[in-house]
Design a protein around this ligand. Structure first.
Ligand SMILES: NC(=O)c1ccc[n+]([C@@H]2O[C@H](COP(=O)([O-])OP(=O)(O)OC[C@H]3O[C@@H](n4cnc5c(N)ncnc54)[C@H](O)[C@@H]3O)[C@@H](O)[C@H]2O)c1
Length: 263
């Protein structure tokens, strides 16, 4: 038995990265999937590659009218909606002092207001099915704070708060709402900021040569987040709502103390 047999899912930010990986996995598990993004050519290619169980729709998550059209498209194509994955997001890497107002508001709009609009837009369609599952993709930046990503971190903590509030409010309709916090994602999201990071890392290593290391079980993969999203979308998690599922190989569990014993 496939884990999403007969289910219809809408995934935002599905043109590449975690969203595209999740769309492929959902289709393998029997779902019909609507991929939504602003990168239309890429998104349409992924939908074509998946085949007849997939459609692509242009959806800028900051626009309520795009949300209404995407939900209509989903209902017309596949007859209902059971799963919403709020995965689309944008990043900026700047100090608080250097963060530009337009970057701050863009990040809050896409990463925090977008999922809120998505939940509003999906509500009636999910109620009509007698319930559903909403998975918000946040980040390890939603459970701790780091320098250089204050705007992104604020948006992801806000998204996590939305998850909790929505889980409480929508439970009576059979709608579950959960949060996945990946520690790894698409390199395309972080690469534009790498060249500046390399210079800073050099300075940091000079100043803090014995910096305690974070543990890593292994290097992450897009499939790690996609598998967590699949679990929360499927009936295997039917009594799970309002949780954080952190997928980071123990990165946020603590840090290695070099002076203490290891086993
Ligand atoms: N990349 C990482 O290192 C990392 C780490 C932890 C969590 N995450 C989170 O994982 C999720 C997936 O990101 P990813 O790593 O695949 O990065 P990505 O940049 O490859 O994917 C994000 C997608 O969102 C789309 N998008 C951006 N603005 C949009 C808008 N207004 N409307 C609709 N779509 C829009 C982009 O076009 C892109 O396809 C995000 O929520 C991200 O914050 C990423």
């Amino acid at each position: 038995m496939q884990r999403l047999q007969g289910r219809v899912a809408l995934i935002t930010g599905a043109a590449r990265g975690t969203g595209a990986e999740t769309a492929r996995l959902f289709a393998q598990e029997g779902a019909q999937v609507v991929l939504a993004d602003v990168l239309d050519d890429l998104g349409a290619d992924v939908a074509r590659e998946i085949g007849s169980a997939a459609r692509y729709v242009h959806l800028d998550v900051t626009r309520p009218e795009d949300w209404d059209a995407a939900i209509r498209h989903t209902l017309d194509a596949f007859g209902g909606l059971d799963v919403l994955v709020n995965n689309a997001a944008v990043l900026d890497v700047s100090s608080i002092a250097e963060t530009r107002y337009e970057d701050l508001t863009r990040i809050i709009h896409v990463n925090q207001i977008g999922p809120f609009l998505g939940i509003q837009a999906a509500l009636e369609a999910m109620k009509a099915r007698g319930g559903g599952s909403i998975v918000n993709v946040a980040s390890i930046d939603a459970i701790e704070g780091s320098n250089g990503v204050a705007a992104y971190t604020s948006s992801k903590w806000g998204l996590r708060g939305l998850t909790k509030a929505a889980a409480v409010e929508l439970g009576r309709h059979g709608i579950r709402v959960n949060n996945v916090n990946p520690g790894f994602g698409s390199q395309e999201m972080v690469e534009p900021f790498f060249h500046r990071a390399a210079e800073r890392l050099k300075t940091l290593k000079q100043r803090l040569p014995d910096r305690p290391q974070h543990p890593f079980v292994r290097r992450g993969a897009l499939a790690d987040a996609a598998q967590a999203i699949l679990y929360l979308a499927s009936d295997e998690s039917s009594y799970v709502s309002g949780i954080d599922l952190t997928v980071d190989g123990a990165f946020t569990a603590g840090k290695i103390e070099p002076a203490a014993p290891f086993s």
